[in-house]
Design a protein around this ligand. Structure first.
Ligand code: C2O
Ligand code: CU
Length: 463
């Protein structure tokens, strides 16, 4: 059958008497719009010029989406970028057709076109949305925002704050984004790491607080590759949720919190620093603490809460029955610099590591580079799956499963918290378990986006 383009080129439509579509452009958006477009923001401090970015609503981070648990999100994505794009709703248990993976769950939305996203958010928590076409470039250019789903009974805090952490790779002279998004070095090593670190698009984010205040901090790591190691100074706190999902018991933040790309953490913190001092969210880098966000203490709240926060209410249908009889699969990750990969299948052909380097493809799952027509696992809806993952590489990887949440099975058989992204260091083995309770094609990939772009991507089929 001729495509619409053929019709137009050959004039068949007219001679065959077929009606042309009323508009050759995209259908009119049905919902409130999220426009992706070019913009510039003052990212680096003046006298640096503004940095050209791509942003949702022309802003960076993109407009915050906030809704009640169980509500329906309806947005028309309007693409005003010079590149095709799509939006993925990271961490949401979602209808597969709305998952936003260009090339798998929908076609990429071409410049000038739009796509209607329409889905229910079943779980309360901290999520984010980001571009999912050429992500290593599009997320690095700024295409992301927070997606917050509120509990019907929120925890007892004075207020909350969303903190999106990112690092940018900027030209040190011009403060413009480095346009080499396919760098061979970044792909084969730790990914595209930035030289300019910001929170919510500001390098000097500063939020006034009062002593004794209790805050909820919703942390989102939107960086392409950077692993943030965080600690508190002048504040005491607990982790209450990871990747949006409540912990059964709030966990005191005694050690540092490690947040891999794509991961989130909800903290409840009490400001302990006195008036006129400054509390900090601290980033640990080369054993040194650097302020990531400053919290100047401008006064004193009446009462300090003495008790630890109560756990957040559980999200619905979060169980993993039948782990012992689960469908089991293995995933061996190989490749990259200083790795063990000698050869792998690329586009159906066996290639030596040298040939892979030439092709700028570096990472294999079970000996194959990138997506193929065969899923890693195919199961029926409702089955429990156990995936044994071995990171046989020299680099950390942040493995993200779309649409489903998993738990790590500890060495002692105990189950870790529900997550959607698992950070695995080189040499680590990890077993995750989940229930395939939503039909569709679900992506499973490394959230170090240069790794995903050079091989670390596979998918699961649930029928
Ligand atoms: Cu947050 Cu497939 O991505
Ligand atoms: Cu990786």
């Amino acid at each position: 059958m001729p495509t619409r383009r053929n019709f137009l080129l050959t004039g068949v439509a007219a001679t065959a008497g077929l009606a042309l579509p009323t508009s050759l452009h995209a259908a009119t958006p049905r919902f409130a719009q999220i426009k992706a477009r070019k913009a510039s923001i003052q990212l680096a401090p003046s006298p640096y010029p503004e940095t050209g970015i791509w942003g949702y609503g022309g802003a960076m981070p993109g407009s915050e989406l906030r809704l009640a648990q169980g509500a329906r999100l309806q947005r028309s994505f309007v693409n005003e970028l010079p590149q095709a794009s799509s939006i993925h709703w990271h961490g949401i248990r979602i209808d597969n057709a709305m998952d936003g993976v260009a090339g798998l769950t929908q076609p990429a939305v071409e410049p000038g076109q739009n796509f209607d996203y329409d889905f229910v958010v079943p779980d309360a928590g901290t999520y984010w949305y980001h571009a999912h076409n050429r992500s290593a470039e599009q997320v690095a250019r700024g295409l992301y925002g927070a997606l917050i789903v509120e509990e019907s009974e929120p925890p007892d805090v004075d207020r909350e704050q969303v903190l999106i952490l990112d690092d940018w790779l900027l030209d040190p002279e011009t403060a413009q984004i480095d346009p080499d998004f396919t760098s061979r070095h970044d792909r084969s090593h730790a990914g595209r790491r930035g030289n300019f670190i910001a929170t919510n698009g500001r390098h000097d984010l500063s939020l006034d607080v009062r002593q004794n205040e209790r805050l909820r901090l919703r942390l989102i790591n939107a960086a392409n590759a950077r692993i943030f190691e965080l600690a508190l100074a002048g504040m005491e706190g607990w982790t209450i949720a990871l990747d949006g999902m409540p912990l059964a018991q709030p966990k005191p933040l005694a050690e540092t919190l490690i947040l891999g790309p794509g991961q989130r953490a909800d903290l409840i913190v009490d400001v302990t620093a006195a008036a006129n001092e400054t509390a900090h969210l601290v980033r640990i880098e080369d054993q040194e603490g650097i302020s990531q966000v400053a919290f100047p203490v401008i006064g004193r709240a009446a009462v300090a809460r003495c008790e630890a926060p109560a756990p957040l209410p559980r999200n619905p249908r979060m169980e993993i029955p039948g782990i012992d009889s689960a469908v089991t699969a293995r995933l061996n990750m190989q490749g990259g610099a200083m790795g063990t990969l000698d050869a792998a299948i690329l586009n159906g052909e066996r290639k030596s590591f040298r040939q892979l380097v030439e092709a700028n493809e570096f990472w294999a799952f079970n000996g194959t580079i990138g997506m193929t027509d065969t899923p890693l696992v195919e199961v029926s809806r409702g089955e429990t799956v156990k995936l044994q993952i071995y990171n046989d590489t020299s680099f950390p990887h942040a493995m993200h499963l779309h649409g489903l949440h998993f738990r790590e099975i500890g060495k002692d058989g105990g189950l870790g918290p529900f997550r959607d992204t698992s950070l695995m260091f080189g040499g680590e083995t990890r077993t995750i378990a989940f229930v395939a309770d939503a039909p569709g094609d679900w992506l499973f990939h490394c959230h170090v986006l240069s790794h995903a772009a050079s091989g670390m991507m596979t998918w699961l089929k649930v029928t």
